[in-house]
Write a protein that binds this ligand. Structure first.
Ligand code: LCS
Length: 398
């Protein structure tokens, strides 16, 4: 690649990131090593002191990880990125690197269940107060902004309701109050192909790369991207000292492979999801459909503003009760009942008892997660086959 040239997204998802590759292999090597050797003790000391560049130990950095870190950062229009052992590892590194006891966070009230558990049950034990608000109305944030506020955190679309948050509106309100407030967006549901939060004023992005970024259901991974200064802190403090949640070189290699087709996959996920959402909307057993590509969806205008495609995630409510809903899902023959998302296979889950079991009944209500909410991650199969599977599973509900 010519570093002086600007390339398109598809080119960057394949080529961005420095390969340390003396054998000229098309696919970069896996540096499956915990540590790196030095010619002399003095050289080792210089690498530790930072006066000489060079790899030291893989909890800090590793050439195979560096490739995907640079690649995801480039795709997100960020200066730098760090790979982590999971999405939760990425969020923890970003949060540990942003707050200390006594600080406050404003977070959206609808979050992935384990993120909510970290914020609600975990951070409070460390003396960090989290105010949960509905950030789809940014003015809700105003009464909690104070000199203690260090982070504003949200997902858009939110897991599992698909609620959208206007990134530009929230970031500008937070920064107007205090430019030092770090606005962190979880971009897992979109991937950088569909949405680039930094372009809309956010300061940092976190990902569960377990999902679309890897895309093949065989890796748990995460990323944080942002400014050089913030990512240095996430690396040298957040990951190295606090979480230790470093990605394995083999998983970094799989992510580099998965990323090569990110744009193609997101196009198919989105077109399949749109057709499936339209099928659900017309189905007599379906009460409500949540999908950013439907004009009936509350966040439709925000989707048009900040997402280039409506994405692969849909949630629905059936007219049936919880037990009948479960019985209908159990009849699926092709689509899989499973948590996670963004894989080639269509995955279906019941949020209240699976991904969001960490919410109490009241918290579910506040977050807009109904008892019967069914979340669907539209896969890459033939759309006719996906629709036919739901058609037969829902036949007895009519
Ligand atoms: N952020 C979002 C929006 C997520 O959906 C998840 C996982 C995470 C962060 C955490 O990432 P992980 O540590 O699992 O890589 N979401 C899951 C879900 O909806 N079903 O299973 C996991």
């Amino acid at each position: 690649m010519n570093k002086e040239k600007k390339y398109g997204f598809a080119t960057m998802q394949i080529h961005a990131g420095n390969q340390d590759n003396s054998a000229r292999a098309l696919c970069g090597p896996i540096y499956q090593t915990s540590t790196f050797t030095f010619d002399t003790v003095q050289q080792g000391g210089a690498c530790f002191a930072g006066s000489e560049s060079g790899f030291v130990y893989s909890r800090q950095s590793n050439p195979t990880l560096n490739v995907v870190e640079e690649r995801v950062a480039a795709l997100e229009h960020a200066e730098a990125g760090i790979a982590t052992a999971s999405g939760i590892g990425a969020i923890a590194a970003a949060i540990y690197s942003s707050v200390i006891s006594g600080d406050e966070i404003i977070a959206d009230e609808t979050l992935y269940g384990c993120t909510y558990a970290m914020f609600n049950h975990g951070l409070s034990k460390l003396g960090v107060k989290v105010h949960f608000v509905d950030l789809s109305h940014p003015e809700n944030m105003k009464k909690y902004l104070s000199e203690k506020t260090k982070v504003v955190y949200f997902e858009t679309p939110c897991n599992p309701t698909l609620k959208l948050v206007d990134i530009e509106a929230v970031a500008s309100m937070a920064h107007e109050y205090n430019p030092e407030i770090r606005v962190i967006v979880d971009n897992t549901f979109c991937s950088p192909y569909i949405q680039k939060p930094l372009d809309h004023g956010a300061d940092a992005v976190v990902h569960s790369a377990t999902k679309y970024i890897n895309g093949h259901g065989d890796v748990i991974a995460g990323f944080v991207v942002g400014s050089n200064e913030f990512i240095d802190r996430c690396r040298n403090f957040g990951v190295v000292d606090m979480t230790g949640a470093v990605l394995s070189p083999f998983n970094a290699f799989l992510i580099a492979r998965g990323l090569k087709t990110l744009d193609l996959r997101m196009e198919r996920h989105s077109s399949n999801a749109l057709k499936l959402a339209q099928f659900f909307e017309a189905h007599p057993a379906v009460e409500k459909v949540y999908y950013p590509g439907l004009e009936s969806f509350e966040g439709y205008d925000i989707a048009k503003k900040q997402m280039s495609l409506p994405g692969g995630m849909i949630s629905i409510e059936l007219k049936a009760d919880k037990e009948t809903t479960a019985a209908a899902l159990n009849k699926l023959e092709l689509c899989k009942i499973a948590v996670s998302l963004g894989d080639a296979e269509t995955l279906v889950e019941h949020a209240a008892t699976m991904t969001h079991f960490t919410y109490s009944a009241e918290e579910l209500k506040n977050a807009g997660i109904s008892e019967g909410l069914v979340r669907v991650s539209a896969g890459l199969e033939n759309i006719e086959d996906i629709i036919a599977d739901f058609e037969q599973a829902f036949a007895d509900l009519i």
